[in-house]
Design a binder for this molecule. Structure first.
Ligand SMILES: [Zn+2]
Length: 256
């Protein structure tokens, strides 16, 4: 079933300038989605991470009625040097992404807002959004940074039948999310099960909190980390709903 269109009220770029001033005066909170335009296996679209982060933000914003929540236009590109071996990947330099976030956040602060949350959908950005949050925060303006899957670790473990709850890359959970959000962009027939890396040992390392940049040449020459064919639209819907719900719950506690 198609989702309802995103209401104008939550989209920063669709508001008029007086409405932005009113939202700031009402103690509004601002979300900045970040992600990547990068290869997601032979079967998923390049905007998988950015579109997921944006959708989670928009749905969370729509659930909060106590104060205004505005979603900025996403920063589409992320730090993806390790995927440049595949067509379509666009990567920023780490410094560029940090400075982009800092400049956008500084503009938001300039207009009187006191809280911003960077909501990320791409693993390679994780450390950078935290660095940017530290750099952009002041004593009057606090910036939070979170990757959506860290909000719902328990739910992911429960939903994932093959990938151990890891968000992976183009595996069970990301395939599920895209089957839910933009099924027309998915072609599961383009990837064979034997082309998917079983996360096994890698998931065990990451469950200890160790971040490992992918090395597709050694690990997964098809660039698929996790079992794509275990993905379903229904799991994807549950992931996105849980992430939006938990983000909305966090926003209520983070409100100034
Ligand atoms: Zn991804």
């Amino acid at each position: 079933m198609p989702d309802a269109p995103i209401p104008r009220q939550v989209l920063w770029q669709k508001r008029r300038r007086g409405e932005i001033r009113e939202a700031a005066e009402a103690g509004g909170l601002v979300l900045l989605p970040t992600g990547a335009i990068e290869q997601h296996g032979p079967h998923l679209p390049l905007d998988t991470d950015s579109f997921t982060a944006f959708t989670v933000c928009a749905r969370a914003a729509g659930q909060v009625s106590e104060f205004p929540v505005l979603v900025l236009p996403p920063i589409w590109w992320g730090l993806s040097p390790y995927w440049m071996v595949f067509p379509g990947t666009l990567t920023l330099r780490a410094e560029t992404l940090i400075e982009l976030i800092v400049d956008v956040a500084g503009s938001v602060a300039h207009h009187g807002f006191r809280r911003l949350v960077v909501v990320n959908g791409h693993g390679g950005n994780d450390g950078l959004i935290q660095a940017a949050a530290v750099k952009a925060s002041t004593d009057r303006f606090q910036v939070g940074a979170v990757s959506y899957w860290t909000l719902i670790a328990e739910e992911l473990r429960a939903l994932s039948t093959r990938d151990g709850g890891s968000i992976g890359h183009a595996g069970e959970l990301e395939t599920s999310i895209q089957l839910h959000l933009q099924p027309d962009c998915v072609d599961l027939g383009a990837v064979a099960p034997e082309q998917c890396l079983d996360l096994g040992a890698r998931a065990a390392v990451q469950s200890r909190g160790v971040y490992l940049p992918p090395n597709p040449r050694e690990e997964s020459p098809h660039g698929v980390y996790g079992m794509a064919h275990a993905g379903t639209a229904d799991k994807g819907r549950q992931v996105v709903e849980a992430a939006a719900r938990e983000l909305a719950a966090f926003l209520r506690t983070f409100h100034p």
